[in-house]
Ligand binder design. Structure first.
Ligand code: ADP
Ligand code: MG
Length: 720
């Protein structure tokens, strides 16, 4: 007998796991006993309900009881490595054929014939008539009743389900309560943890929702009881799923809160005083700033004046006017004798920022520069020298800014536009340009304010929740695919009046065999438009397979009017300002999320002309998808759309790969409502007030969870 398992025991040392299986599991991130228990079933088989033999019909997924005949095996013609195994299951004078292409190993050897078994699988029509089940799971009733609900795991081919189930069971049993959650026991409902809360100073609000202990949640998911709600298991909404997600969120929010405190102590260059240049910027601005912009400037100004580093996120819908707020902060840094950099994800955006800077701040006499991959040779050397010497106050650029050769004499402020498009390391490298630099990040990701406060709890957040006045509202209409000609007609009229239009499609190239899809591909649509509906106008093409220099060129031509209609995938630049663009056509609009549609819609309506957004619904779109499009047509603010999007999809998507990059969050996609995120944050903050150093015994689990996050490279402080 091997020594008892510990959370960090290597799977490779467990019975049944040789080097090959260990390697295959490691490839999926399963290396320790703890990894085993956190590898949740991908789906479940319900063995509780049995279908009677006479009721079987093709297409049904069933568990059926009967006598299993002897099984015969023979080589398959044309595929010698496979052996076709067949047998019969019979009951009530009826029988059904069972077929395997290669008998699973658990079936080998036993098969005596005549045994009473359950077979689970999908009924289909056998080639020669009659019914069959291909690859049924067999359970011999001599071994007692099967597990009521059987988990099915996603595993490498060489690791069988049964082997894995046994490993998990062993790990669950031996690790027991050693599988810690982050949430301290006192924060669970007393009736669930089975004892009274230790601390009587906790109010009811301090305690969680009904959060199961992690070990119970895991046991439930790996081995659901007979009365489990299968729908809740399948849709990942069971209380066990929620407990895992909540626990993870609690640890996440703890990490954020700790990081926020740490950052507040980090020294930053203080940029204070009533500066002449910032004053002039506001006085000379060609427009009156919105209340939200002034508020944001105020918040940024207070941060900058302090002696700790600013870490602020500026959130605002596309077009809400984030740029001038960023410029104000940059100029504050410059008038205090320091420098500022502004990094954007594409050359085009960086260029646009520099142009706006010239337009809005040109009279202030601040030397600015643009550093992109295109700047090479002597101009580059000269630019780098200017930065290193401090002669250039303001520099705009792409990732080129964070390459090795770049030195900034005294960086007072780093600005990151469209921050979500940069990775953690990019942000860290920008900060490394100036160890005491203040940081301003900007994003137009539509997230409701309360959720943003929880997601970015390590940062201070300013919101631009007010649009500059005088914007022409964008009329949104939903059009059927069959009426596409009417849409083209609208576009034609706009182009004839000197305006521009976008067509957004989901595919780059269509599969020639599928005629339907032909309407959804950028290449086919561009050809069709320039030969037909938009004949005589210049139609441009943009998609992700083009090289970035090429994409830039096309975007530039569109901006400058050399292209009238741009047919593109969603790669079309988010931050780009083309005031003449007045029509946005989204083909197969039902395929996109609401937030994404809203961002696309924000490409138009930036000039003085009335704009419209045509959401073209495919013929096959279902009622639910159409309902979502109706929501788009009815709501104009990003906040409202974001709220609806969350309600429909849950914040899991937002928190997932795209938004948070490499965050070590495994279960957060089980969260369907953002109140949960906010509750986790409130509890984390309250817990930190009670145990700031997390050194009480009750915080043991939290400490472990935090260490795990940190070990996975998680630092939202992005410390260089
Ligand atoms: P975003 O928040 O999407 O980055 P921008 O800063 O690019 O938005 O602003 C969009 C447009 O609105 C720009 O042309 C900008 O000059 C203009 N703008 C910004 N603030 C105001 C305002 N208060 N009143 C009028 N126009 C404004
Ligand atoms: Mg912008």
């Amino acid at each position: 007998m091997l020594a008892a398992l510990r959370a960090d025991t290597a799977v490779a040392t467990m019975t049944g796991i040789g080097p090959k299986r260990a390697a295959a599991l490691a490839e999926r991130g399963i290396e320790t006993a703890a990894d085993l228990v956190f590898h949740l079933p991908a789906r479940y088989q319900d063995w509780r309900i049995r279908t009677a033999m006479p009721a079987l019909k093709p297409g049904m997924s069933v568990v059926v009881e009967g006598d299993l005949s002897a099984i015969t095996e023979r080589p398959m013609p044309g595929a010698r490595w496979r052996r076709l195994a067949t047998g019969w299951l019979s009951a009530k004078q009826k029988r059904i054929r069972l077929v395997w292409f290669n008998l699973p190993s658990y079936m080998r050897g036993y098969i005596p014939g005549g045994e009473r078994v359950l077979a689970c699988g999908r009924v289909s029509l056998a080639p020669g008539g009659g019914l069959e089940i291909v690859h049924p799971e067999i359970h011999a009733l001599a071994a007692g009743d099967p597990r009521p609900i059987r988990p099915v795991y996603r595993l490498p081919a060489i690791v069988g389900q049964r082997l894995f189930v046994n490993l998990v069971a062993l790990a669950l049993e031996q690790l027991g309560p050693a599988i810690h959650g982050a949430l301290p026991d006192d924060l669970r409902q007393p009736d669930l943890s089975g004892r009274a809360p230790i601390q009587s100073d906790l109010t009811k609000d301090d305690r969680g929702p009904d959060v199961l202990p992690i070990h119970d949640a895991l046991s439930y998911l790996h081995n659901p009881p007979a009365n489990a709600d299968l729908d809740a298991l399948k849709s990942a909404t069971s209380s066990a799923h929620r407990a895992l997600a909540f626990d993870e969120l609690f640890a996440f929010e703890l990490a954020l809160a700790i990081e926020r405190k740490r950052a507040a102590r980090r020294a930053g260059i203080a940029l204070g005083g009533a500066g002449k240049l910032t004053e002039r910027l506001l006085m000379d601005a060609p427009f009156k700033l919105t209340g939200a912009q002034l508020r944001a400037i105020d918040e940024v100004g207070t941060d900058l004046a302090g002696h700790s580093q600013m870490n602020r996120m500026l959130m605002g819908d596309v077009g809400s006017g984030k740029t001038i707020v960023a410029f104000w902060a940059a100029i504050r840094a410059i008038e205090c004798g320091h420098q500022a950099v502004m990094m954007a994800p594409t050359e085009l955006l960086a260029e646009q920022h520099q142009r706006s800077f010239t337009r809005l701040c040109g009279r202030l006499g601040i030397p600015s520069a643009l550093l992109t991959g295109k700047v090479t040779g002597p101009p580059r050397a000269q630019l780098l020298r200017g930065l290193a010497l401090g002669a250039i106050g303001m520099v705009f650029g792409t990732q080129a800014l964070i390459q090795e050769a770049v030195r900034v004499r005294s960086l007072g402020l780093g600005i990151i536009d469209e921050q979500h498009r940069f990775g953690v390391f990019d942000r860290a490298r920008l900060k490394a340009l100036g160890p005491q630099a203040n940081v301003l990040m900007m994003t137009a990701t539509p997230i409701p304010r309360s959720l943003a406060m929880s997601l970015f709890a390590n940062l201070d957040v300013s919101f631009l929740d007010e649009m500059p006045p005088g914007r022409t509202p964008i009329a949104t209409e939903i059009v059927s695919e069959d009426d596409l000609e009417c849409v083209h007609e609208v576009v034609r009229q706009e182009l004839a009046a000197g305006r521009r239009a976008y067509y957004i499609l989901p595919l780059i190239e269509s599969d020639e065999t599928e005629d339907e899809e032909d309407l959804r591909s950028v290449i086919a649509m561009a050809e069709r438009l320039s030969a037909g509906a938009l004949k005589g106008f210049k139609v441009g093409l943009l998609h992700g397979r083009m090289r970035s220099a090429e994409k830039d060129r096309v975007m530039r031509e569109f901006r400058d009017g050399a292209i009238d209609a741009l047919v593109s995938t969603t790669v079309v630049e988010v931050g780009i300002d083309v005031p003449e663009a007045t029509v946005m056509v989204v083909i197969a609009a039902e395929r996109y999320g609401l937030a994404q549609l809203h961002q696309l819609r924000g490409r138009v309506g930036r000039g003085e002309w009335a704009s419209r957004c045509c959401l073209v619904a495919s013929r096959g779109a279902d009622a639910q998808a159409l309902e979502r499009l109706d929501i788009m047509a009815a709501s104009t603010s990003g906040a409202a759309v974001a709220e609806m999007d969350l309600r429909l999809r849950g914040p899991g998507d937002l928190l997932g790969a795209r938004q948070t990059g490499a965050l070590p969050l495994r279960f957060v996609h089980f969260v369907r409502d953002h109140q949960t995120v906010e509750r986790a944050r409130a509890m984390a903050e309250r817990w930190l007030q009670r145990d700031p150093g997390l050194d009480s015994p009750a915080s043991a689990g939290a400490r472990i969870a935090l260490r795990r996050m940190l070990s996975l490279g998680f630092s939202l402080g992005d410390v260089a």
